[in-house]
Ligand binder design. Structure first.
Ligand code: MN3
Length: 203
């Protein structure tokens, strides 16, 4: 079973004014579709066809060298964007509740301190990449960034929230103002889904 581009859980214009419709159409329909197609092409007729993306990304070293870079880039791109769409929603934002809220407070001091750290970490990634909130192997929260399409699964961590800081994610609306894009993005973070991801990662 090949990987499929997941349908967006909302309309292309649903995240306006924070993320514009044209960016969403290209980002989902062209970029994410491209990663999906290239991932499938790389895995065809390999022993990894049919495995989950988490399993594939968690040990790239066992892949044949001929497809390793393609799977790293496009498999990461596939997984990263699946999470990105899911963890955004119209009329969202605000703060998490329950276990995730408690864990954020314990780990980072407060939600405000977490936000500052996350935004600074994501927006200072040099070149293209992602900012992450992950659950590590000890079920602890961590914030870091990765270059290109590298996934936290590659280091045995479960990403529960990610911010795409590639220029294709924001340049049409925000130009080079990456921090302004990140500030707006908080308004569309779907904390209910992030909390669900947190609970699943801690199980
Ligand atoms: Mn992207």
């Amino acid at each position: 079973m090949a990987f499929e581009l997941p349908a967006l859980p909302y309309a292309y214009n649903a995240l306006e004014p924070h993320i514009d419709e044209e960016t969403m159409r290209l980002h989902h329909g062209k970029h994410h579709q491209g990663y999906t197609n290239n991932l499938n092409a790389a895995l065809t007729n390999s022993a990894w066809e049919g495995k989950s993306i988490e399993v594939i990304l968690s040990d790239l070293s066992v892949l044949p060298e001929t497809i390793r870079a393609a799977v790293r880039n496009n498999g990461g791109g596939y997984a990263n964007h699946c999470l990105f769409w899911e963890t955004m929603a119209p009329n969202a934002g605000g703060e998490p509740t329950d276990a995730l809220a408690q864990a954020i407070q314990t780990t980072f001091g407060s939600f405000t301190q977490f936000k500052e750290l996350f935004q600074k970490t994501a927006t200072s990634q040099f070149g293209s990449g992602w900012g992450w909130l992950v659950v590590d192997g000890d079920k602890k929260l961590k914030v870091y960034s990765t270059p290109n399409q590298d996934s936290p699964y590659m280091q045995g961590h479960t990403p529960i929230l990610g911010l795409d800081v590639w220029e294709h994610a924001y340049y049409k609306k925000y130009g080079p103002a990456r921090a302004e894009y990140a500030s707006h993005w908080w308004n569309v973070v779907n904390w209910a889904v992030v909390a669900k991801n947190y609970d699943a990662a801690c199980r």
